[in-house]
Write a protein that binds this ligand. Structure first.
Ligand code: NHR
Ligand code: GAR
Length: 217
Protein backbone atom coordinates (compact mmCIF):
# COMPACT_ATOMS: atom_id res chain seq x y z
CA UNK A 1 0.00 0.00 0.00
CA UNK A 2 1.65 3.25 -1.17
CA UNK A 3 1.10 6.36 0.92
CA UNK A 4 0.32 9.69 -0.70
CA UNK A 5 0.49 13.19 0.81
CA UNK A 6 -1.21 15.97 -1.17
CA UNK A 7 -0.32 19.67 -0.78
CA UNK A 8 -2.91 22.30 -1.70
CA UNK A 9 -3.36 26.06 -1.40
CA UNK A 10 -7.00 26.59 -2.37
CA UNK A 11 -9.94 24.90 -4.03
CA UNK A 12 -8.29 21.50 -4.29
CA UNK A 13 -10.20 20.16 -7.29
CA UNK A 14 -7.14 18.20 -8.48
CA UNK A 15 -6.74 16.73 -4.98
CA UNK A 16 -10.42 15.75 -5.12
CA UNK A 17 -9.95 14.06 -8.52
CA UNK A 18 -7.01 12.06 -7.12
CA UNK A 19 -8.86 11.08 -3.91
CA UNK A 20 -11.87 9.91 -5.95
CA UNK A 21 -9.79 7.96 -8.49
CA UNK A 22 -7.77 6.29 -5.72
CA UNK A 23 -10.97 5.06 -4.14
CA UNK A 24 -13.06 4.33 -7.27
CA UNK A 25 -10.24 2.51 -9.07
CA UNK A 26 -9.07 0.76 -5.87
CA UNK A 27 -5.42 1.80 -6.26
CA UNK A 28 -2.95 0.02 -3.99
CA UNK A 29 -2.55 3.41 -2.31
CA UNK A 30 -3.97 5.59 0.39
CA UNK A 31 -4.13 9.38 0.69
CA UNK A 32 -2.54 9.68 4.13
CA UNK A 33 -2.89 13.45 4.49
CA UNK A 34 -3.88 16.68 2.76
CA UNK A 35 -1.80 19.65 3.88
CA UNK A 36 -2.47 23.32 3.03
CA UNK A 37 -0.33 26.42 3.47
CA UNK A 38 -3.49 28.50 3.98
CA UNK A 39 -5.98 27.91 6.81
CA UNK A 40 -8.84 28.92 4.50
CA UNK A 41 -8.00 26.44 1.71
CA UNK A 42 -11.43 25.17 0.61
CA UNK A 43 -10.14 21.70 -0.24
CA UNK A 44 -9.45 20.88 3.42
CA UNK A 45 -13.18 20.38 4.07
CA UNK A 46 -13.51 17.83 1.26
CA UNK A 47 -10.52 15.86 2.57
CA UNK A 48 -11.77 15.91 6.17
CA UNK A 49 -15.22 14.76 5.05
CA UNK A 50 -13.55 11.78 3.36
CA UNK A 51 -11.80 10.74 6.56
CA UNK A 52 -8.39 12.00 5.44
CA UNK A 53 -6.05 13.65 7.95
CA UNK A 54 -5.70 17.38 7.27
CA UNK A 55 -3.22 19.96 8.50
CA UNK A 56 -2.19 23.54 7.86
CA UNK A 57 1.35 24.93 7.80
CA UNK A 58 0.77 28.65 7.33
CA UNK A 59 3.72 30.16 5.47
CA UNK A 60 2.94 33.58 6.99
CA UNK A 61 3.97 32.25 10.43
CA UNK A 62 7.56 31.67 9.30
CA UNK A 63 10.37 34.22 8.90
CA UNK A 64 11.73 32.74 5.67
CA UNK A 65 11.20 30.02 3.05
CA UNK A 66 13.84 27.71 4.60
CA UNK A 67 12.04 27.55 7.94
CA UNK A 68 8.61 27.16 6.33
CA UNK A 69 9.91 24.32 4.18
CA UNK A 70 11.60 22.65 7.18
CA UNK A 71 8.33 22.65 9.14
CA UNK A 72 6.40 21.43 6.11
CA UNK A 73 8.87 18.59 5.46
CA UNK A 74 8.77 17.48 9.10
CA UNK A 75 4.99 17.24 8.97
CA UNK A 76 4.98 15.47 5.58
CA UNK A 77 7.60 12.97 6.77
CA UNK A 78 5.51 12.12 9.84
CA UNK A 79 3.16 10.37 7.36
CA UNK A 80 6.11 8.57 5.65
CA UNK A 81 4.72 9.07 2.13
CA UNK A 82 5.96 7.29 -0.98
CA UNK A 83 4.83 10.26 -3.10
CA UNK A 84 4.21 13.96 -2.42
CA UNK A 85 1.65 15.55 -4.75
CA UNK A 86 1.47 19.31 -5.37
CA UNK A 87 -2.10 20.10 -6.40
CA UNK A 88 -2.54 23.82 -6.89
CA UNK A 89 0.16 24.41 -4.27
CA UNK A 90 1.26 28.02 -4.64
CA UNK A 91 4.57 28.35 -2.73
CA UNK A 92 7.89 27.96 -4.51
CA UNK A 93 9.90 25.30 -2.66
CA UNK A 94 13.58 25.61 -1.70
CA UNK A 95 16.24 23.36 -3.30
CA UNK A 96 16.77 21.54 0.02
CA UNK A 97 13.10 20.60 0.20
CA UNK A 98 12.97 19.55 -3.45
CA UNK A 99 16.13 17.42 -3.15
CA UNK A 100 14.68 15.63 -0.12
CA UNK A 101 11.74 14.47 -2.29
CA UNK A 102 13.71 13.92 -5.51
CA UNK A 103 11.93 11.42 -7.77
CA UNK A 104 8.95 11.24 -5.43
CA UNK A 105 7.20 14.60 -5.85
CA UNK A 106 4.81 15.52 -8.68
CA UNK A 107 3.16 18.80 -9.74
CA UNK A 108 0.50 19.75 -12.25
CA UNK A 109 1.18 22.99 -14.06
CA UNK A 110 -1.46 24.67 -16.22
CA UNK A 111 0.55 25.03 -19.45
CA UNK A 112 2.26 22.92 -22.07
CA UNK A 113 5.72 23.06 -20.50
CA UNK A 114 8.36 24.25 -21.20
CA UNK A 115 6.11 27.09 -22.43
CA UNK A 116 4.79 29.48 -19.81
CA UNK A 117 6.32 28.43 -16.49
CA UNK A 118 5.39 30.42 -13.37
CA UNK A 119 2.17 32.28 -12.71
CA UNK A 120 -0.70 33.63 -14.88
CA UNK A 121 -0.11 30.97 -17.50
CA UNK A 122 -3.48 31.41 -19.22
CA UNK A 123 -2.89 35.14 -19.70
CA UNK A 124 0.63 34.34 -20.95
CA UNK A 125 -0.81 31.90 -23.51
CA UNK A 126 -3.42 34.39 -24.75
CA UNK A 127 -0.79 37.14 -25.01
CA UNK A 128 1.53 34.84 -26.97
CA UNK A 129 -1.25 33.97 -29.42
CA UNK A 130 -0.70 30.21 -29.21
CA UNK A 131 -3.47 28.06 -30.72
CA UNK A 132 -2.87 25.15 -28.32
CA UNK A 133 -2.56 25.40 -24.56
CA UNK A 134 -2.85 22.74 -21.86
CA UNK A 135 -1.48 21.15 -18.73
CA UNK A 136 1.62 19.20 -17.72
CA UNK A 137 2.25 16.75 -14.91
CA UNK A 138 5.93 16.76 -14.01
CA UNK A 139 8.39 15.62 -11.36
CA UNK A 140 9.42 18.60 -9.26
CA UNK A 141 13.04 19.76 -9.45
CA UNK A 142 14.63 22.91 -8.07
CA UNK A 143 14.25 24.55 -11.48
CA UNK A 144 10.68 25.84 -11.27
CA UNK A 145 8.29 24.06 -13.66
CA UNK A 146 11.16 22.37 -15.55
CA UNK A 147 11.14 18.85 -14.12
CA UNK A 148 10.71 15.60 -16.14
CA UNK A 149 7.28 15.50 -17.82
CA UNK A 150 5.04 12.51 -17.04
CA UNK A 151 1.91 13.50 -18.99
CA UNK A 152 0.53 16.41 -20.99
CA UNK A 153 -2.91 17.45 -22.23
CA UNK A 154 -3.57 19.91 -25.06
CA UNK A 155 -6.68 22.02 -25.56
CA UNK A 156 -7.50 24.52 -28.31
CA UNK A 157 -7.49 28.25 -27.68
CA UNK A 158 -10.84 29.58 -28.91
CA UNK A 159 -11.65 33.01 -30.35
CA UNK A 160 -12.86 35.27 -27.56
CA UNK A 161 -11.30 33.20 -24.77
CA UNK A 162 -10.66 34.94 -21.48
CA UNK A 163 -8.05 33.57 -19.04
CA UNK A 164 -10.93 32.15 -16.96
CA UNK A 165 -12.49 30.34 -19.93
CA UNK A 166 -9.15 28.88 -20.92
CA UNK A 167 -8.37 27.91 -17.31
CA UNK A 168 -11.65 25.99 -17.05
CA UNK A 169 -10.94 24.07 -20.28
CA UNK A 170 -7.42 23.23 -19.10
CA UNK A 171 -8.56 22.26 -15.58
CA UNK A 172 -10.95 19.64 -16.98
CA UNK A 173 -7.93 17.92 -18.56
CA UNK A 174 -5.85 18.19 -15.37
CA UNK A 175 -8.56 16.15 -13.65
CA UNK A 176 -7.95 13.39 -16.21
CA UNK A 177 -4.16 13.35 -16.59
CA UNK A 178 -3.16 13.99 -12.96
CA UNK A 179 -4.94 10.98 -11.39
CA UNK A 180 -3.68 8.88 -14.31
CA UNK A 181 -0.06 9.98 -13.72
CA UNK A 182 -0.28 9.37 -9.98
CA UNK A 183 -1.66 5.92 -10.66
CA UNK A 184 1.32 5.14 -12.92
CA UNK A 185 3.65 6.15 -10.08
CA UNK A 186 1.71 4.02 -7.58
CA UNK A 187 1.91 1.06 -9.96
CA UNK A 188 5.69 1.49 -10.13
CA UNK A 189 5.59 2.04 -13.90
CA UNK A 190 7.56 5.30 -14.19
CA UNK A 191 11.32 5.47 -14.76
CA UNK A 192 13.45 8.60 -14.99
CA UNK A 193 16.34 9.12 -17.40
CA UNK A 194 17.45 12.74 -17.17
CA UNK A 195 14.46 14.78 -18.30
CA UNK A 196 12.79 11.79 -19.93
CA UNK A 197 10.14 9.72 -18.22
CA UNK A 198 9.34 6.28 -19.53
CA UNK A 199 6.14 4.40 -18.77
CA UNK A 200 6.19 0.58 -18.75
CA UNK A 201 4.21 -0.99 -20.28
CA UNK A 202 3.67 2.04 -22.53
CA UNK A 203 0.40 3.86 -23.09
CA UNK A 204 -0.23 7.40 -24.33
CA UNK A 205 1.23 10.00 -21.97
CA UNK A 206 -0.76 12.72 -23.71
CA UNK A 207 -4.36 13.74 -24.16
CA UNK A 208 -5.78 15.93 -26.90
CA UNK A 209 -9.09 17.40 -25.80
CA UNK A 210 -9.81 18.97 -29.16
CA UNK A 211 -13.41 17.99 -29.74
CA UNK A 212 -15.19 19.21 -26.68
CA UNK A 213 -18.97 19.36 -27.08
CA UNK A 214 -20.28 22.82 -27.89
CA UNK A 215 -17.01 24.23 -29.16
CA UNK A 216 -16.14 25.14 -32.73
CA UNK A 217 -13.22 23.63 -34.61
N1 NHR B 1 9.02 24.45 -6.31
C1 NHR B 1 10.05 24.06 -7.04
N2 NHR B 1 11.25 24.14 -6.48
N3 NHR B 1 9.95 23.59 -8.31
C2 NHR B 1 8.73 23.53 -8.88
O1 NHR B 1 8.65 23.08 -10.12
C3 NHR B 1 7.58 23.96 -8.17
C4 NHR B 1 7.79 24.41 -6.86
C5 NHR B 1 6.70 24.89 -6.10
C6 NHR B 1 5.45 24.92 -6.65
C7 NHR B 1 3.91 24.69 -8.57
C8 NHR B 1 4.03 25.89 -9.53
C9 NHR B 1 3.17 25.81 -10.74
O2 NHR B 1 2.65 24.73 -11.09
C10 NHR B 1 5.25 24.50 -7.96
C11 NHR B 1 6.30 23.99 -8.72
C12 NHR B 1 3.86 28.86 -7.22
C13 NHR B 1 4.66 29.78 -7.86
C14 NHR B 1 4.93 31.14 -7.25
O3 NHR B 1 5.58 31.99 -7.84
C15 NHR B 1 5.26 29.43 -9.06
C16 NHR B 1 5.04 28.15 -9.59
C17 NHR B 1 4.23 27.23 -8.93
C18 NHR B 1 3.64 27.59 -7.75
N4 NHR B 1 4.45 31.38 -6.01
C19 NHR B 1 4.62 32.62 -5.24
C20 NHR B 1 5.79 32.50 -4.26
O4 NHR B 1 6.33 33.55 -3.89
C21 NHR B 1 3.39 32.92 -4.42
C22 NHR B 1 2.13 33.07 -5.21
C23 NHR B 1 0.87 33.01 -4.36
O5 NHR B 1 0.94 32.77 -3.15
O6 NHR B 1 -0.21 33.18 -4.96
O7 NHR B 1 6.12 31.38 -3.81
O8 NHR B 1 2.97 26.85 -11.40
C1 GAR C 1 -4.85 24.22 -11.28
O1 GAR C 1 -5.21 24.71 -12.56
C2 GAR C 1 -3.36 24.02 -11.20
O2 GAR C 1 -2.80 23.55 -12.39
C3 GAR C 1 -2.90 25.41 -10.93
O3 GAR C 1 -3.86 25.97 -10.06
C4 GAR C 1 -5.10 25.29 -10.21
C5 GAR C 1 -5.43 24.67 -8.88
O4 GAR C 1 -6.75 24.18 -8.90
N1 GAR C 1 -1.61 25.42 -10.34
C6 GAR C 1 -0.84 26.47 -10.37
O5 GAR C 1 -1.12 27.48 -10.98
C7 GAR C 1 0.43 26.33 -9.59
N2 GAR C 1 1.16 27.53 -9.71
P1 GAR C 1 -7.24 23.20 -7.75
O6 GAR C 1 -6.83 23.81 -6.42
O7 GAR C 1 -8.72 23.20 -7.91
O8 GAR C 1 -6.61 21.86 -7.97
Amino acid sequence: MKKLVILISGRGSNMEAIVRACSNEAWPAQVAAVIANRPDAAGLAFAASHGIATAVVDHRQFPDRERFDAALAELIDSFSPDLVILAGFMRVLTPGFVDHYAGRMLNVHPSLLPSFPGLKTHQQALDAGVRLHGASVHFVTSQLDHGPIVAQAAVPVQAGDTPAMLAERVLATEHIIYPRAVRWFVEGRLALDGLRVTLTPPEPQWLFAGHTAGEGA
